[in-house]
Design a protein around this ligand. Structure first.
Ligand code: ASP
Length: 330
């Protein structure tokens, strides 16, 4: 190529390079954080959480969320699977009476406890759900056993309890789930609609690139016995798919089932090409009604998102880029 041709070529390329520098979308952003190797999000329920909550109580919640997040972070940092992180974090939250899952499960109208949980593996869509449990200390682990040790995906009531006996999981009397705070809430709910939830959930991306989601709950205070919520319904309260994201919801289960909330978010990403944040905003703010609840999510690229239309949501986020935070409001 002679010098004149080279000059002409450079003159031709100059405006294109200028354009590429100024137009977002043509040039890849240079200051973006690197794609995280692992990422995790947790929630401890959403609802009308008064900002006037006593400082000591607030600190208790934040401390517990912090600890739960650290448990998940440790598993993922050491190269553990997202499923293990999800199960371990949720077991911890189930054992904490602060949350409406496991030990802190709410009361049914009859004054008993019935627990639901689900776990899902984004790698192959394998999943396990359990519902209306009365004596299982850690429902999330029974859900995982359904996924891994049975040919089924959903076991309820007596059948689930019989499966638990075969699997030798830890059992407790139904009264183990009694707590004075939840009993007080039942008394209030007998007079009016309950406004606070406390379900727990966890979603994670591991260093192997796999997503997982899990959710565990006592359901809604003052529910009828036999009532199932969204938590164990795959695609409503819990969903994971390596092609899109992993999600866990909390709120008025009936609404989350009607709108198949978590599958809808995943479908908006898969078929419409929306980002995780856009898809979650669309479903939580434009389909559900204010006060219904919220969702946490992690996308296949490690992006984390939290969207809720209630006053607050107990939540936390961490990733391999050094993010580590827990929040209740804003
Ligand atoms: N979604 C749960 C249910 O309806 C309740 C909650 O999130 O607190 O069972």
């Amino acid at each position: 190529m002679n010098r004149q041709a080279l000059l002409a070529l450079l003159l031709l390329l100059f405006p294109i390079l200028l354009l590429a520098q100024s137009k977002p979308g043509i040039v890849v952003q240079r200051h973006e954080a690197p794609r995280p190797k692992w990422a995790i999000a947790i929630h401890g329920g959403a609802g009308t959480i008064p900002k006037t909550m006593p400082e000591a109580k607030k600190q208790e919640y934040l401390r517990s969320l912090n600890q739960a997040l650290k448990i998940g972070q440790e598993v993922l940092q050491q190269g553990g699977t997202s499923l293990d992180a999800v199960e371990k974090v949720i077991r911890f939250l189930e054992d904490d009476p602060l949350f409406n899952a496991g030990k802190g499960a709410v009361y049914t109208h009859e004054g008993t406890h019935e627990l639901d949980a689900a776990i899902m593996d984004g790698r192959d869509l394998s999943c396990g759900s359990v519902a209306a449990l009365k004596t299982i200390k850690n429902p999330i682990s029974l859900a995982r056993l359904v996924k891994e040790k049975s040919p089924h995906v959903f076991l309820v009531g007596e059948g689930a309890e019989a499966f638990a006996t075969e699997m030798k999981v830890e059992r407790v009397p139904n009264s183990y789930f009694d707590t004075p705070e939840r009993y007080q809430q039942l008394q209030e709910a007998l007079k009016e609609e309950p406004k606070e939830h406390g379900t727990v959930g966890c979603v994670a991306l591991d260093t192997h690139g796999n997503l997982a989601a899990g959710t565990s709950t006592g359901g809604l205070t003052n529910k009828r016995f036999g009532r199932l919520g969204d938590v164990p319904v795959i695609g409503a309260g819990t969903y994971a798919n390596n092609r899109t994201c992993a999600l866990s919801a909390t709120g008025v289960g009936e609404e989350f089932i009607k709108y198949t909330v978590t599958h809808d978010i995943s479908a908006l990403m898969e078929y419409k090409g929306l980002s995780l944040q856009q898809a979650m905003d669309q479903v939580i703010h434009h389909k559900l009604k204010p006060g219904d609840g919220g969702v946490i999510g992690v996308a296949h690229d490690g992006a984390l998102a939290f969207v809720f239309n209630s006053e607050g949501m107990y939540r936390g986020a961490a990733d391999s880029n050094g993010r580590f935070e827990v929040r209740i409001w804003e």
